[in-house]
Write a new protein. Structure first.
Lengths: 194, 294
């Protein structure tokens, strides 16, 4: 299985294809509902450097304070991504994002945005909150904690060998579309059988 | 009135057990699913991560999933026991379990959008009470996450689009459609709790109650036992697989209950439970002694 270092350039990301299993190492940032709305309302210069050539993780973590006044991720699985569909393509293109991590896949607008911006959708294992929290080695800083609260804040984190599957690539490929189409024709067979 | 500390403590432990560990039959079914998937496939790897995660959560006594769900609770009690006090104790236990990070603060005020911060709120948790002839109290619960809850569905038969009439063949068609609609979004492989009949409320309640049955439990009604087995087999040929990555393990269980209905109504109600099928139970004797149920 391939290791993908973050930050990553466009060429590396365009080489990824649907079905690739990769492990991410380096710096990424979390963001979910409130964060996506906020990122498109205005260009957020303070956060932009953390998004450029990196990935955003749809995650509302459980965190704990450490003794030295820092933070630790306690449970950190992915949340359902489709809620960010109205915003995601804009966030990808205006912040030069190289990837989105979440679960459940996303729609056509995002798929087009991935192709246009040179980015991928990375599916993490839903519910694997302990395995994924263990891959978060350090919490660097946090944006909008006061305003958004813990689950919705933008957490800048360092990860090591964070496991994901490329389920939407930058060439229009979507594992979700493939599986849905195949399961639809199988369902029709089953219903025809009676 | 002060809650009885020992009973609250027992309920906190019940909640902890539900949140940090899976019942043996569920874990076994996930292991069997992993073996059934092709070596090196995305499906096999997904189930491998799931099983590693279950073991880690158990060892760390930390939640399997960060969405610790809604506690849904069924209580059997002897005559004369105050259900009001039982409910107060359980609500207090949810608050304590949340403070101790066995649960995420998971109750949001629907009007203001503010998290209540302590895991309880209007309608959360909710408990069902039933009196019985034994002198012990039995409490069984599930933790049902939001991603899977969003995949629940209620069909009204006949359904012209599905060509589903008011018979068990119509039920089969509706349930298979629900599995297709869910794809991997409910964190497959899932367990289905189904209710045929009832009204819109009683049916969803019974569909969740079905989730208390162990996977190996055989339906006492032979026609429903046959339907459960058939739907399970057929759903696993849809190719949706773990997380919707494709594969053979789309469901690990189908449990179907039946309620009588009004002449005008024929509902098929499906509750989708994610792979993190967290259920737990405890029996409390008249002296307050707890015995954990599998």
């Amino acid at each position: 299985m391939a290791e993908l270092k973050l930050p990553a350039d466009e060429k590396t990301i365009r080489a990824l294809k649907v079905g690739d299993f990769v492990e991410l190492s380096g710096r990424m940032i979390t963001g979910r509902d409130a964060a996506h709305k906020w990122l498109v309302e205005a260009h957020r210069d303070e956060v932009a450097p953390y998004l450029a050539d990196s990935v955003i993780y749809h995650c509302g973590p459980v965190v704990a304070k450490t003794e030295d006044g820092g933070w630790k991720f306690v449970a950190a699985g992915p949340t359902t991504s489709i809620r960010e569909e109205p915003y995601q393509a804009d966030v990808i293109c205006s912040y030069r994002l190289r990837g989105v991590i979440g679960k459940g896949g996303m729609g056509k607008k995002t798929l087009d945005g991935l192709a246009r911006g040179g980015a991928v959708y990375l599916h993490a294992i839903g519910g694997a909150a302990q395995v994924l929290a263990a891959a978060v080695t350090r919490v660097e800083r946090v944006f909008m904690l006061e305003e958004f609260g813990v689950p919705e804040a933008l957490w800048v984190i360092q990860v090591e060998r964070f496991p994901v599957v490329v389920s939407m690539d930058s060439h229009g490929g979507s594992l979700h579309d493939e599986v849905e189409a195949a399961s639809k024709s199988r369902l029709e067979e089953l219903l025809a059988r009676g | 009135m002060a809650a009885e500390p020992s009973r609250v403590e027992t309920f906190v432990e019940l909640i902890r057990r539900a949140s940090v560990d899976l019942p043996a039959d569920i874990e076994g079914a996930l292991q069997a699913g992993r073996k059934a998937e092709a070596a090196g496939s995305l499906a096999e790897r997904a189930l491998g991560t799931v099983l590693d995660n279950v073991a880690m959560a158990r060892d760390l006594s930390s939640p399997i999933c960060q969405d610790t769900g809604t506690p849904v609770v069924w209580v059997h009690h002897p005559a004369g026991v105050s259900t009001r006090r039982l409910e107060e104790d359980f609500v207090e236990a949810v608050r304590q379990a949340t403070a101790r990070s066995f649960l995420r603060p998971n109750a949001v005020d629907t009007l203001t959008g503010k998290n209540t911060g302590h895991g309880t709120g209007r309608g959360i948790p909710y408990l069902h009470f039933e009196e019985w002839d034994h002198d012990r109290i039995e409490v069984r619960m599930i933790l049902k996450g939001g991603g899977s809850e969003n995949c629940g569905a209620q069909y009204k038969l006949p359904d012209g689009k599905l060509k589903a009439g008011r018979d068990l063949e119509g039920v089969r068609r509706a349930v298979l459609d629900a599995v297709f609609q869910a794809q991997g979004k409910g964190c497959a492989p899932g367990v289905l709790g189904v209710c045929i009949g009832g009204d819109r409320v009683s049916a969803f309640s019974e569909s969740k109650h079905q989730l208390l049955r162990p996977l190996a439990d055989v339906n006492p009604l032979p026609e429903l036992a046959a339907l459960e087995a058939r739907i399970l087999d057929e759903a696993n040929t849809l190719g949706i697989g773990p997380m919707g990555f494709g594969g053979q393990t789309t469901l690990i269980g189908v449990k179907i209950g039946v309620l009588d209905r009004l002449p005008a109504c024929y509902f098929v109600t499906v509750s989708y439970m994610c792979w993190a099928d967290r259920r737990a139970g405890v029996s409390i004797d008249s002296g307050g002694q707890a015995t954990w149920l599998s």
